[in-house]
Write a protein that binds this ligand. Structure first.
Ligand SMILES: *[C@@H]1O[C@H](CO)[C@@H](O)[C@H](O)[C@H]1NC(C)=O
Ligand SMILES: *[C@@H]1O[C@H](CO)[C@@H](O)[C@H](O)[C@H]1NC(C)=O
Ligand SMILES: *[C@@H]1O[C@H](CO)[C@@H](O)[C@H](O)[C@H]1NC(C)=O
Ligand SMILES: *[C@@H]1O[C@H](CO)[C@@H](O)[C@H](O)[C@H]1NC(C)=O
Length: 377
């Protein structure tokens, strides 16, 4: 498989980048805690970059773009200064991630709602739960994907079409050409821009903070890997009137929905871990299988998200729409946490029984449909 060789290459690359960064850090990057705990770079997803893009001097040093972006750590600001033109693409990546998260969790107790504060997902982000694991994985995946796509579309100065090696399994007569998505660049950039947050702050080995850093890095990586593992070689026919005398192939990114589905499945089977005294992640419960780099991990149990709790930032499920007949998580029993539900009759008017009249009209009746809607008490 093509993607497996790309993958091996990336794993090596990631290790190398990591070692280099460690060497580079020294003691120059031990930063104030405030920058780290107060506000998150997720806020980039809430920015209106369209508005900024009218600024003629957006990338000039005078504009100080990287200082104006909220929630960046000092390390991220350094990366930003080297790659200012990436920031609009990063912002878009976070945006699509938030949308995808809300799609995937629409009918769950935790529905990925955005709280209007610096943390984006609210105080819940301070709990090292599987929901936090998911938000890290999906944003990392989203940025990775949009940056790779940005390369191909010529939106970024430092990358372009992918020059991935030709997969060995590709048919001899087919051309390995076209402008592929630059998966490697997206992976590498995301690794340096996002994971740097977890590396620049010195914490005590084996502490809860260190556990959280390791957890975040693990889940960020799982997100990036989901993008790579779902990407595939795509081919197209050329030639006179579709004769297909020439076939070209390239590496193509998956749709973000495929990545979201994949990560949601990973969320369901996320593994509980704990941090050992020596500063490594270990299985939280014996008997479970050790998570691979593609799996999500978490340190702490989730709150039940049933009742509104300002301190936790949990909105509760009162008022949420539920499904009376479903036995699943969207069913009223589960979603309403046993509190019961209200039933409302809604009357809908729809065009129906449409027929085609010669010539040329479509005639319809209006049907009145009553439907019941259920909302949690
Ligand atoms: C590194 O640490 C040493 C001693 O702790 C200090 O003198 C030096 O200024 C530090 N370097 C930087 C770049 O902070
Ligand atoms: C940062 O923390 C300060 C003090 O805790 C708070 O007043 C401020 O609103 C916070 N900013 C953000 C963006 O969360
Ligand atoms: C999530 O649920 C809350 C109520 O618990 C609701 O106000 C909010 O609109 C929902 N968000 C999304 C994105 O569905
Ligand atoms: C409710 O759940 C049932 C069973 O899972 C499903 O067939 C039905 O389409 C759902 N209804 C809505 C409105 O989502």
């Amino acid at each position: 498989m093509a993607s497996s060789s790309v993958f091996r290459y990336l794993v090596l690359l990631a290790a190398l980048v990591w070692i280099l960064e460690l060497a580079e850090c020294g003691n120059g990057t031990v930063l104030r805690d405030t920058a780290w705990s107060n506000g998150s770079w997720f806020t980039m997803g809430l920015l209106d970059f369209e508005k900024w893009s009218n600024q003629p001097n957006l990338f000039s040093p005078k504009f100080r773009l990287c200082t104006k972006l909220p929630g960046l750590t000092a390390g991220q600001r350094r990366v930003c200064r080297r790659h200012k033109d990436h920031m609009a693409v990063v912002s878009q990546g976070v945006k699509v991630s938030i949308d995808e998260c809300q799609y995937q969790f629409k009918y769950r107790r935790w529905n990925c709602s955005v709280i209007g504060d610096g943390t984006v997902f609210g105080p819940l982000t301070h709990i090292a739960s599987r929901e936090s694991a998911f938000t890290h994985a999906i944003t990392s995946a989203g940025v990775s994907l949009t940056v790779s796509r940005g390369c191909r579309d010529g939106r970024l100065a430092s990358c372009g079409c992918a020059r991935a090696p030709r997969p060995r399994s590709l048919h001899r007569d087919w051309l390995w050409a076209g402008c592929g998505d630059d998966l490697q660049y997206g992976y590498k950039f995301t690794e340096s821009f996002i994971d740097i947050r977890e590396r620049e702050r010195k914490v005590k080995r084996g502490s809860r903070e260190q556990g959280r850093q390791l957890m975040n890095r693990h889940n960020n990586e799982a997100g990036r890997r989901a993008v790579i593992s779902k990407s595939k070689v795509t081919c197209k026919c050329h030639g006179v009137s579709g004769s297909c005398s020439l076939i070209t192939c390239w590496q193509q990114l998956p749709s973000f929905r495929e990545v979201g589905d994949d990560l949601r499945e990973k969320y369901e089977v996320a593994t509980e871990v704990k941090v050992s005294r020596r500063g490594r992640l270990r299985l939280g419960q014996p008997g479970y299988s050790v998570p691979t780099a593609q799996h999500l991990v978490y340190l702490e149990d989730s709150p039940n998200y049933c009742v509104s709790d300002d301190a936790l930032g949990s909105l509760g499920t009162a008022g949420r729409q539920c499904n009376k007949t479903s036995q699943g998580l969207d069913g009223c029993d589960v979603l309403c946490c046993g509190r019961g539900y209200n039933t409302k009759k809604v009357v809908l008017r729809e065009r129906c029984e449409c027929s085609f009249k010669w010539c040329c009209r479509v005639e319809c009746n209006t049907c009145v449909i009553t439907r019941e809607e259920f909302t949690c008490k």
